[in-house]
Design a protein. Structure first.
Length: 206
């Protein structure tokens, strides 16, 4: 997890370290769409509403996402849906790769160089080796963790810091430069920030 010092565009908060993921999980193959959000919540908060039901929902804060997850779990009579941890997100994004990206950027992601300044329907570019689309670009993905400094040693199933002021987002969005659309890049927003760049995808435990 993280990036080597030689990786182009690398930031200091990407300290490379060994992580073990010990428990299996499912990750949604696309971002949660506007249609999915409407079916659970009955509204559409998205700035790019005209993009259509198959576009990622955005303008959702971390707090908004927790309410979506609460309602979805209640509707399905389960407690298995949640956000991925930062480690689970990066593990899934890499899909066994070790470079900056799981493919050539212009074939896998909507970012500032090709998006035309807006979101697009999910699953239009090539997926990674595990069949996951848009792990980079289109909208940032909220993670469960508080944002903080990486551990310096090996860890198993990390949940991030025990407290903090911001939550982690990963993956980049429709307006980022190429250097931000990397598997190791990390960013952070306050929990109540619901900007037009922010979306998510669901994790389901077994």
């Amino acid at each position: 997890m993280g990036s080597p010092s030689s990786e182009s565009g690398r930031f200091d908060n990407e300290t490379q370290h060994q992580v073990t993921i010990s428990q299996p999980f499912y990750l949604q193959k696309t971002h949660v769409t506007q249609g999915q959000w409407k079916r659970v919540m009955g509204n559409n908060p998205s700035y790019f509403e005209n993009c259509g039901e198959d576009c990622p929902v955005e303008q959702v804060s971390w707090n908004d996402v927790q309410e979506f997850i609460r309602k979805l779990n209640a509707n399905e009579g389960t407690d298995k849906y949640r956000l991925p941890t930062e480690a689970q997100w990066e593990y899934a994004a890499r899909a066994g790769t070790t470079g900056a990206r799981y493919g050539e950027l212009d074939y896998i992601a909507w970012y500032g160089g090709n998006s035309g300044g807006k979101t697009h329907r999910v699953a239009q570019w090539l997926p990674n080796a595990w069949g996951l689309y848009d792990m980079l670009g289109n909208v940032w993905s909220w993670c469960r963790d508080w944002y903080g400094t990486y551990p310096s040693g090996s860890v198993t199933d990390p949940d991030g810091p025990s407290s903090g002021s911001d939550r982690v987002v990963r993956g980049g969005s429709w307006d980022v430069d190429a250097g931000y659309a990397r598997a190791a890049f990390r960013y952070n927003y306050t929990r109540d920030n619901g900007g037009r760049r922010l979306g998510f995808r669901l994790l389901r435990t077994q």
